[in-house]
Design a protein around this ligand. Sequence first.
Ligand SMILES: NC(=O)c1ccc[n+]([C@@H]2O[C@H](COP(=O)([O-])OP(=O)(O)OC[C@H]3O[C@@H](n4cnc5c(N)ncnc54)[C@H](O)[C@@H]3O)[C@@H](O)[C@H]2O)c1
Length: 314
Amino acid sequence: MTVENIRNVVILGAGTMGPGIAATFARYGYATTLSDVDAKQIAKAGASVEFVFDTLRAGGFATISDVDEARARLTLAVDASDAIAAADFVLENAPERLELKRSIFASLSEKTREDAILASDTSGIPISALQEGLPSPGRVVGMHWSNPPHLIPVIEIVKGAQTSTATMDTTKAVVESLRMLPAVVDRDVPGFVENRILYAIMREALHLLDERVASAEAIDTIVRWGIGYKLGVVGPLRLLDMAGLDIYTSVASYLNRDLCNGSGISSTVTAKVSDGKLGIKTQAGLFDYTREEVERLARERGRLFVASKKALSG
Ligand SMILES: NC(=O)c1ccc[n+]([C@@H]2O[C@H](COP(=O)([O-])OP(=O)(O)OC[C@H]3O[C@@H](n4cnc5c(N)ncnc54)[C@H](O)[C@@H]3O)[C@@H](O)[C@H]2O)c1
């Protein structure tokens, strides 16, 4: 299967990630079916897709007629069996549970054409574990988007132990056709690259909070306007070359041994979870949020993602 032959795409799972991903495929010309086993999710997905189209239009990533054409290419369905049988490319976006994903891939292996590519948006389950026991594991690949998927430019293309080179190449070309940036992960270690680095940052941030080194507000400000600001322009490895590997060697020789290397969960997080304070969805977590703030912050984040995407790619 080459990218030129891919017309029909199925996205399985219309939760947090599905609508933005489906809207992106439809925006860039693919006949796209967004499907979910839960009819309530499909009932909500229409509004989520419209929100994504509005964001793309307001951000200058699509015109009104682009959006009209994309809407005409997008189908929402609880039963996607016909679309699955005709699919050239299927992306699974179901919850992050190994057994569930394995059963989805076993079913897709039977119900799709043999040359269709089967991708997973897993955040970190090794693709090799999803390939085990399948009749044609070479067509199974990781395609890890970031949230919000219609705005964050990079998509990890993850090679499982049995993923074929052709599947990798075509998936990379699909990502390029969506005007996104593909980055290949050659070995499917848990968490791949993005979440391993993100979780290392979050572990240290939580450790500093647990140890009362600084307030939550101060930690976020320092990471956002110090590290984050820099990392939007230059990756950590080029940053090392900028700083000088000799300087890194001197700092790392005393600092590395002091960094958090625990495998447990932060005591602050454990206490919050047991109090039912789960973050924005409960209006309380590491910070507190009023209802008005939740909506304002979501709008503000969207506006800044659009502005920084334009500024950094310009
Ligand atoms: N949420 C994020 O920020 C994020 C970011 C990147 C990757 N991911 C990954 O994407 C995947 C989906 O995450 P999410 O946050 O959208 O999950 P979610 O729980 O919000 O949505 C998953 C949806 O899948 C549906 N579903 C379950 N079984 C299904 C099946 N057999 N066929 C079709 N639909 C089915 C559920 O009804 C649900 O609506 C996960 O693997 C997750 O790790 C999530």
